[in-house]
Design a protein around this ligand. Structure first.
Ligand SMILES: *Cc1c(COP(=O)(O)O)cnc(C)c1O
Length: 411
């Protein structure tokens, strides 16, 4: 059989970027960037930037301070660590996938001593184990716990608030640092209510903004400790960015066009409303899950996240059985059918594909993407249960209109 991607047709119609970052950027967000750069001292731009910072704080649900960087998620990781974690500090990194592991590796590169709490990467972190480890640290050497809310590689969502409860239960003063890169805007996150000290995110996942902006949201205690921390940092330094001079808010020239894009995206987010936005993500995720459930009935495909309650609202990692090349399915969808999917990462390379369903997505996009995945499975000879897309339609119709499938007998 010829490789199905050898003769791609020219694209007619939209390409669906169903990768778990970057994601589809709405036309109005693109249009917001189509303008000349402005003077560094432009008053309107300053006002607009501060309005973005205020709205980001609302998104993180914090009264803390938000810092913006011209960087990606890795930059957000490094910024957060560089301000509070010094050489030789001990950091606990419960691992739920490639991203939580990689944040820990980055901390090691910065000189921290990192203790990973490994798992099978198919379920959320175990807060009881975290508490046990904290209790075994009566001298309070552990300086921070790095908690990833949704690990995009494994599509597992963990309970960040449970880490705060574990810390409080044993009176441990470690900072709680959360990565919400793949969950902010798709899944509820309550920085202050959950006692999170530092949260990191980026522009390009559920926030419908082009890649290139990184965020740190920082609570009062972490800010205080960062002032006292003797860590070496310059560009990332929160202190640099808190002065009166607007230019230093970005430690240099602001990424003006990305800020205009972000402003437009934040307007869209607050127009929809956070709860409606979370509900939309949940509804679309459930539809994807309904399809994967049915596809899996032929025994060749399964969810990576074993516990349904921990399956992410933003991305779904689908594992394929041994002997099946998941990348072939992904490349056929991308090059032949205008739907980009994520590939398997780390140990799942070639053994999984990932359907991103966050940001600027709706029913037709999700149904279209699922239809294309089904086509690609068929073209690649992967056995799958028939009726996945129909199951997604039923799930969405039930969620949107309360319409049960008459064939269920439930009507
Ligand atoms: C995408 C992602 C990152 C890394 O972001 P980059 O912009 O690719 O550096 C970190 N953490 C999580 C959970 C992510 O999904």
């Amino acid at each position: 059989m010829p490789h199905p991607t050898t003769n791609p047709a020219p694209m007619r119609g939209r390409n669906f970027l169903m990768t778990p970052g970057p994601t589809n950027v709405p036309d109005c967000v693109l249009a917001a960037m189509h303008r000349p750069a402005v003077d560094l001292t432009d008053t309107d731009f300053k006002t607009l930037t501060h309005s973005c910072l205020d709205d980001l704080a609302k998104l993180f649900k914090t009264r803390g301070r938000v810092f913006l960087y011209a960087a990606n998620g890795h930059g957000a990781w490094e910024a957060a660590l560089a301000n509070v974690i010094g050489e030789g500090d001990l950091v606990l990194a419960p691992s739920t996938g490639v991203f939580s592991w990689a944040w820990g590796e980055l901390a090691k590169d910065l000189g921290a001593e990192v203790e990973e709490l490994p798992s099978d990467w198919r379920s959320g972190f175990d807060s009881a184990r975290i508490e046990e480890r904290l209790r075994a640290d009566p001298g309070h050497r552990i300086r921070a716990v790095l908690a990833v809310q949704t690990d995009t590689a494994t599509s597992v969502t963990s309970d960040v608030a449970a880490v705060r409860r574990a810390l409080d239960a044993c009176g441990h003063p470690a900072l709680l640092m959360a990565d919400v890169v793949a969950s902010l805007g798709s899944t509820d996150f309550r920085m202050d209510d959950w006692g999170v000290d530092v949260a990191v995110a980026g522009s390009q996942k559920a926030l419908m903004t082009p890649p290139g902006l990184a965020f740190n949201a920082v609570g009062a205690r972490a800010l205080r400790e960062s002032r006292a921390a003797g860590t070496r940092r310059a560009y990332w330094d929160w202190r640099q960015r808190m002065g009166k001079e607007f230019y230093m808010l970005f430690c240099g020239t602001p990424p003006e066009h990305l800020i205009w894009a972000l402003r437009e995206a934040l307007d869209m987010i607050f127009e929809e409303g956070l709860d409606a936005m979370f509900a939309r993500h949940r509804r679309l995720a459930r539809a994807v899950h309904a399809a994967v459930e049915v596809w899996g009935q032929a025994g060749a495909l399964e969810f990576n996240a074993v516990n349904p309650a921990e399956r992410a609202d933003s991305v779904t990692t689908v594992r394929v059985a041994d002997g099946i090349d998941a990348d072939r399915v992904r490349l056929l969808a991308r090059d032949g059918l205008d739907v980009s999917l994520g590939g398997g990462l780390g140990p799942l390379e070639g053994k999984a594909f990932r359907i991103g369903h966050m940001g600027w997505v709706n029913e037709p996009m999700v149904l279209g993407a699922l239809g294309v995945v089904e086509m690609a499975l068929k073209a690649c000879g992967v056995p799958y249960g028939k009726g996945g897309v129909t199951a997604a339609v039923d799930s969405l119709a039930a969620a949107r209109f309360g319409v049960a499938d008459p064939a269920d007998g439930a009507a």
